[in-house]
Design a protein around this ligand. Structure first.
Ligand code: AKG
Ligand code: FE2
Length: 373
């Protein structure tokens, strides 16, 4: 592997502007009735979340009481494109202070990514403000936007080396991603292109979102065209509705963020054992299980039979679940965002039964795997 400086020189971050709606200090009720109700991402700016967007440099965090010595489990890789499916990283446990020094050191040849986990990681999700009480000195969570405290699920600290890319994945909870230091590019894929993301569990197998392998992943181009893009700066809060898959690149230098996962569905709709906010809702997991068993049954038949029955099943899914009309509605909502006019309507317009069969088959191949994102 080439030294980090050479890797970076060959892989400049590509950005093409931003087409995610920005709202400045919305009233919580307005946010709930418009953006959250439409299920579209938005950047909320100007919120009073404390001093953290000004103070939280890596060296400042390392000076806080109880932070530098706390052990954290870090993704470490020589490759800036972290890839969950091919596992091109290892987990290394190190003191938080050491991680903060490493992401600040441009001569370090490794790339580091922390996604903090629970105090008892097999039993509970991360609660960053309880685990790092000194964070509360500078950071106030915008809890007015998740309705009630009962909707809160977890709070996760994210620290990243400059230029590191986090693989495309979806989460099952709604999310407020609070950028606190450095800049970050986030690509957001609407739920309507789930069948074009080549998901394995909650992660996409498409490694390079800017120059993907077109032969292996022919449908990904459609997803990439439909993706929204935003550059986050300190103080920005990105609302990511559940099931909007995302891909994140730290730009220009290290990044520090904290995100809060919160429930959109009633609590009873989620499995009780979810550590990372990415376990599918109970009804969805059960549907995917039935589909896996449908696949096993259809595999007993010759190809023309499989195609026929997959077509019948896909058409039934479309009509009974209102998928086609929902796609049209989503396309209309997405078309409201600047620069996305035409793009999303083209990308999300009905793909017909063939497209649906492909999407359904892609869904059929989904296997849930517990993964950290
Ligand atoms: O910002 C990051 O590093 C990743 C964000 C993310 O995946 C999330 O908040 O769910
Ligand atoms: Fe995520």
């Amino acid at each position: 592997m080439a030294p980090k400086s050479a890797v970076l020189a060959r892989q400049p971050a590509r950005t093409s502007g931003t087409n995610v709606r920005r709202v400045h200090r919305p009233l919580p009720a307005d946010f709930k009735n418009t953006i959250a109700a439409q299920r579209v991402p938005a950047v909320i700016s100007g919120l009073d979340i404390g001093q953290a967007p000004w103070t939280w440099t890596p060296s400042y965090l390392a000076s806080l009481d109880g932070v530098p010595e706390k052990l954290v489990s870090v993704h470490v890789s020589r490759d800036p494109k972290l890839d969950f499916v091919r596992k091109n990283f290892k987990y290394v446990v190190m003191p938080f202070g050491e991680l903060l020094a490493k992401v600040n050191d441009a001569s370090d040849d490794n790339f580091y990514y922390l996604r903090s986990i629970g105090e008892n990681p097999r039993k509970e999700p991360a609660h960053a403000l309880l685990q790092f009480p000194s964070f509360a000195r500078d950071l106030k969570l915008p809890s007015e936007f998740w309705g009630s405290e009962d909707n809160y699920f977890s709070a996760v600290v994210r620290v990243s080396s400059g230029d590191l890319q986090l693989w495309t994945h979806y989460d099952a909870m709604d999310n407020m991603l609070i950028q606190l230091h450095g800049e970050k590019r986030v690509l957001l894929f609407p739920p309507s292109v789930s069948g074009d993301l080549y998901l394995e569990g909650s992660s996409s197998v498409v490694r390079d979102v800017d120059d993907h392998d077109r032969e292996s992943f022919p449908r990904f181009a459609r997803a990439r065209k439909a993706a929204l893009e935003v550059i986050l700066q300190p103080g920005d809060v990105l609302y990511i509705p559940a099931l909007w898959a995302h891909h994140v690149t730290a730009l220009h230098g290290p990044s520090i963020a904290l995100n809060v996962f919160f429930r959109h569905l009633p609590t009873s709709g989620y499995p009780s054992k979810d550590l990372y906010g990415n376990a599918d809702p109970i009804a969805a997991a059960s549907a995917l299980k039935s589909i896996n068993s449908a696949i096993e049954s259809l595999k007993e038949l010759p190809l023309d039979y499989r195609v026929f029955y997959a077509g019948v099943a896909a058409a039934r899914l479309e009509s009974e679940l209102g998928v086609e009309s929902a796609r049209r509605a989503l396309a209309t909502v997405n078309d409201d965002t600047p620069k996305s006019r035409g793009m999303n309507s083209r990308a999300t317009k009905g793909t017909g039964v063939v497209g649906t069969v492909l999407s359904a088959l892609a869904c059929l191949l989904i296997t849930r795997r517990a993964s950290r994102k």
